[in-house]
Design a protein around this ligand. Structure first.
Ligand code: C2E
Ligand code: MG
Ligand code: MG
Ligand code: MG
Length: 278
């Protein structure tokens, strides 16, 4: 009887897994179609310097609008795009859009705002990735210093040799590098030492817990680590004034989060920055 239950359970989960896989494949097909139809959008979330309250740049974030309104969460479609390799093409498009946006900002008189772009592992593995980034910057004639690549610890640990050498080449060309979601991955500090980094992004889980003893301890340790390594530190996911107060006291340089601005479409971004300048 027990055996029968087990096998029935097995069949149930087997069926569930097949359904999920079919669902994911259908979603991937739609993503491919929508990307080909130019339906993806790149939104931007401002990043603010705590010293002078000025916008210093923004993070580019992909948005996939749904037919009936709303968006498919990047947490759902980015992993699909990564697993299928589609992220290589999408990532190239993201870089182009970011460079176009840098040009547009320059045209509007904002000549020193930086754009940070998230980069996934399959992009590093794709042939000529470094070359394609450098070509993109050259083609749109943007200052390489205004482009920043965000990589997570898992990207570094996946293939440290490939990632470190690619980033070194890009950094020697002037492009900036940030480590994203720092503290939640499993990177070894020895890799941190070898990575060509400009900025550490403190993951929002620590910012969320920053008013608790442990959260504060970890966030402060990351800020101090950044200082000792001569890197900029930016806190992600700042939502309250109380969180900001603690972060500021720790000596963190920059912030990003709903307290200042949610990610916004490119037309809203220029309006937002103009308002800030007043
Ligand atoms: P991420 O790079 O860590 O991006 C930050 C995420 O935190 C964004 O979620 C942003 O909307 C969200 N966020 C910002 N401020 C707050 C806040 O105050 N509170 C809360 N609760 N959340 C906040 P989003 O846009 O859903 O993106 C999720 C992840 O998807 C990103 O995490 C990134 O890993 C990935 N992603 C997004 N765009 C791209 C892309 O163009 N390429 C690649 N490879 N990955 C991307
Ligand atoms: Mg990021
Ligand atoms: Mg992050
Ligand atoms: Mg993330």
């Amino acid at each position: 009887r027990a055996k029968k239950n087990i096998s029935r359970n097995y069949e149930y989960y087997q069926q569930q897994m097949e359904d999920e896989t079919a669902e994911r494949l259908a979603l991937l097909r739609t993503l491919r179609q929508d990307f080909a139809l130019d339906r993806l959008q790149l939104w931007y979330q401002p990043q603010i310097c705590l010293k002078n309250r000025k916008v210093i740049g923004m993070e580019a974030l992909l948005r996939w609008p749904q037919q009936g309104g709303g968006f498919v969460s990047p947490a759902v479609f980015i992993p699909l795009a990564e697993y299928s390799g589609l992220i290589v093409e999408i990532g190239a498009w993201v870089l182009q859009q970011a460079c176009l946006q840098l040009k547009e900002l320059e045209r509007q008189g904002f000549k020193d705002l930086r754009i940070a772009v998230n980069v996934s592992m399959p992009q590093f593995r794709s042939p000529h990735f470094v070359e394609s980034v450098i070509n993109c910057v050259g083609e749109f004639q943007v200052k390489p210093e205004l482009l920043e690549l965000e990589i997570t610890e898992s990207v570094v640990m996946d293939d440290p040799k490939v990632v470190i050498s690619a980033l070194k080449e890009l950094q020697s060309f002037g492009i900036k590098v940030a480590i994203d979601d720092f503290g939640i991955g499993f990177s070894s500090l020895s890799y941190l030492q070898q990575l060509p980094l400009d900025r550490i992004k403190i993951d929002r889980v620590f910012v969320n817990d920053i008013e608790k003893v442990n959260g504060a301890a970890i966030a402060e340790t990351i800020v101090n680590l950044g200082k000792r390594l001569g890197l900029h530190t930016i806190a992600e996911g700042v939502e309250t004034v109380a969180q900001e107060r603690v972060i500021l006291a720790m000596g963190c340089d920059e912030v990003q989060g709903f307290l200042y601005a949610k990610p916004m479409a490119k037309d809203e971004l220029v309006t937002f920055i103009k308002q800030q300048k007043k």
